[in-house]
Design a protein around this ligand. Structure first.
Ligand code: AP5
Ligand code: MG
Length: 222
């Protein structure tokens, strides 16, 4: 065991340890990494989440995807959610908070989460803080993807024409943007007050934007 004090072996061991931890987190840390990916409809939350998962091996929680899946399976929850989503309105807080609570409980071994599309109201933000506190965790950073309405609308119209997400029509996009500015954007102030807000320029190529995100995440102190 004395050989562990040999600096070369020490370095090798350290590298092995870093490698092991890297396979989960890409850097040496023993804490959970919880990220909120935040932004208006079309800002690239889903797109950048995929890249974050690839690099940091986090568990992705997208409330929009969960609800669309419920709609597809015509469940009771799906039928309820569809009433709101088809109009570009928010599904009631209690419903999405319950979903989140369940998912956190189902993933006790996760090295961290990416919250995509949640929280969307102050009530949801406070509920998320409470849920994480109970696990002895917190949000490490809120990455707010910043893009102008013209860019957002063009992206969503284009996606609507190509893949046909049913809320990607001009009328519903307008409603979704209104809801974002009226009910969701205020969370930026909430997280700025916690010292967790990082504004990310969301215009450019997907890789350029991810480069900005990596710069922010890799500088985090745990
Ligand atoms: P949700 O599914 O969360 O949708 P959204 O917030 O409206 O956002 P999108 O998923 O459309 O966009 P995104 O930011 O993920 O961008 P993406 O990467 O896809 O929510 C849908 C609905 O569910 C809500 O309206 C609400 O009704 C309900 N809901 C969900 N969560 C809720 C909650 N917590 N509380 C209450 N209700 C809730 O990119 C968009 C497009 O742009 C894609 O085609 C993509 O390829 C393209 N793109 C991405 N990046 C770039 C780039 N850099 N340059 C060019 N194009 C790009
Ligand atoms: Mg999305």
């Amino acid at each position: 065991m004395i050989y562990y004090n040999n600096i070369n072996i020490g370095i090798i061991l350290t590298k092995q340890t870093i490698f092991y931890l890297c396979s989960y987190n890409s850097k040496l840390f023993l804490f959970m990494l919880n990220i909120v990916i935040f932004g208006a409809p079309g800002s690239g939350k889903g797109t950048q989440s995929e890249k974050l998962i690839e690099k940091y091996h986090l568990t992705h929680i997208s409330t929009g995807e969960i609800l669309r899946n419920e709609i597809e399976h015509d469940t009771k929850l799906g039928q309820l959610a569809n009433k709101y989503m088809s109009e570009g309105q928010l599904v009631p807080d209690e419903v999405v908070i319950d979903i989140l609570d369940g998912l956190l409980g189902d993933n006790p071994d996760s090295v961290g989460f990416i919250f995509d599309g949640f929280p969307r109201t102050l009530k949801q933000g406070e509920a998320l803080d409470k849920m994480l506190n109970k696990r002895g965790e917190r949000i490490n950073v809120v990455l707010s993807l910043e893009a102008d309405d013209e860019e957002l609308t063009n992206r969503l119209i284009k996606r609507g024409e190509m893949s046909g997400r049913s809320d990607d029509t001009l009328e519903t996009i307008k409603a979704r943007l209104q809801v974002y500015y009226g009910q969701t954007a205020q969370l930026k102030e909430y997280y700025a007050n916690q010292g967790n807000l990082a504004l990310i320029n969301g215009i450019g190529t997907v890789d350029d934007i991810f480069g900005r995100i990596e710069n922010t995440v890799d500088k985090l102190k745990y």
